[in-house]
Design a protein around this ligand. Structure first.
Ligand code: TRP
Length: 348
């Protein structure tokens, strides 16, 4: 068994956007390519159903979309095992066993689940048990693959914390069985949580404020045009604010020196551009035009790879099938170990 194992994934409830890209996908590709890890990437369709039980077709469609986004950014089935959660029945088995080790009160305290419940209109009349307990299923996902490292956005930290508690409790009751995972979050706070184009702290489908990896050139340009900037920067001469200004936040994340020399050679780098805006004398139109160029340069190769893979959905499904079979072998071994530890190995 390799000592460095990565497990992470996404719910297939929509296309992935640039927030996913800078917050997580980019890092995953880097870790995958470092050759230092065995990498498992899971499309969490079963978790997706915990708040989409009545729209299974939405989850199903997005399994393919997310897989395309993965391949488009450079996740590579030759280097990573990419698989579908629901195809690994052992994960539900582990979830059932772990649920004995978690109290209702502890689940109620999970801040991410709490926020999600508050935000969901459809949960006003009651929260599905499956949704409420998804942190336990996430612990199953992580431990089934003996993951040591779980690269996630910071909203997922409470899940890793709960997983660690489950591992600790399991091992202290049944003996050393499960591997203790560690979260890995983006070091850079801006990258960890890219705001929406409207300045909302969260970028997402339901907020209608995201730029998707699959957006075409005109869509990106139109979205950049509508982006919020500093509302007090009314005239070009006015001093501007760059700190809660999504256009500048995006530039600070995406604009590289080569973008400046290619599209805006009056400035060497982000710091020079931001300083001018703050002093006054730099208009929003010019800055947005530059941001559009930067995003187009960044997203074009991703979109082109995506379009190439889109032509061959059979290849994607075959890749997912093989990935799921490989993942299942690993999860089955862990489940055997778990059952043995819990004295459920009657016929061995
Ligand atoms: N909760 C994650 C999301 O919302 C998806 C997920 C499911 C996951 N199981 C996981 C992430 C295990 C990391 C590890 O996208």
């Amino acid at each position: 068994m390799s000592t460095n194992i990565i497990l992470t994934g996404d719910r297939p409830t929509g296309n992935l956007h640039i927030g996913h890209y800078v917050g997580s996908l980019r890092k995953r590709v880097e870790l995958q390519n470092s050759g230092k890890y065995e990498t498992f990437i899971m499309i969490a369709d079963a978790q997706g159903l915990t708040d989409n039980a009545e729209t299974p077709e939405k989850v199903r469609e997005n399994v393919l979309n997310v897989a395309l986004d993965y391949l488009a950014v450079g996740l590579d089935p030759k280097k990573s095992t990419i698989f579908i959660q629901s195809q690994i029945p052992e994960l539900t088995e582990l979830t059932f066993f772990y649920s004995n080790l978690v109290t209702v009160a502890r689940l109620q305290r999970n801040p991410t689940v709490k926020t999600e419940i508050e935000q969901k209109e459809k949960f006003k009349n009651g929260v599905p048990v499956g949704f409420f307990t998804y942190p336990i299923s996430q612990a199953a996902d992580i431990t089934a693959f003996n993951a040591t490292v779980v690269p996630v956005g910071e909203d997922q930290l409470p899940m890793i914390e709960q997983t660690r508690e489950i591992v600790h409790k399991f091992n202290s009751i049944y003996g050393e069985t499960l591997v203790m995972p560690n979260a890995m979050v983006p070091e850079n706070a801006t990258e960890a949580r890219l705001p929406g184009i409207d300045g909302n702290a969260k970028m997402g489908k339901s907020l209608n404020n995201a730029i998707y990896l699959s957006d075409d050139e005109n869509t990106i340009a139109a979205k950049v045009k509508t982006m919020f900037t500093d509302p007090n920067h009314l005239r070009v001469e006015d001093p501007g604010n760059t700190t809660d200004n999504p256009v500048f936040i995006y530039l600070s994340v995406f604009a590289k020196p080569e973008h400046f020399s290619k599209f805006l050679p009056d400035y060497k780098n982000y710091a020079e551009l931001a300083a001018h805006y703050e002093r006054g004398g730099l208009g929003d139109v010019k800055v947005k035009k530059f941001l559009n160029e930067v995003l187009q340069e960044t997203l074009r190769p991703i979109r082109e790879r995506r379009q190439m893979f889109e032509k061959n959905p059979e290849y994607i499904m075959q890749m997912l099938k093989e990935g799921s079979a490989a993942a299942r072998r690993v999860a089955a071994k862990t489940t055997d170990r778990v059952k043995r530890a819990m004295k459920l190995n009657y016929f061995e």
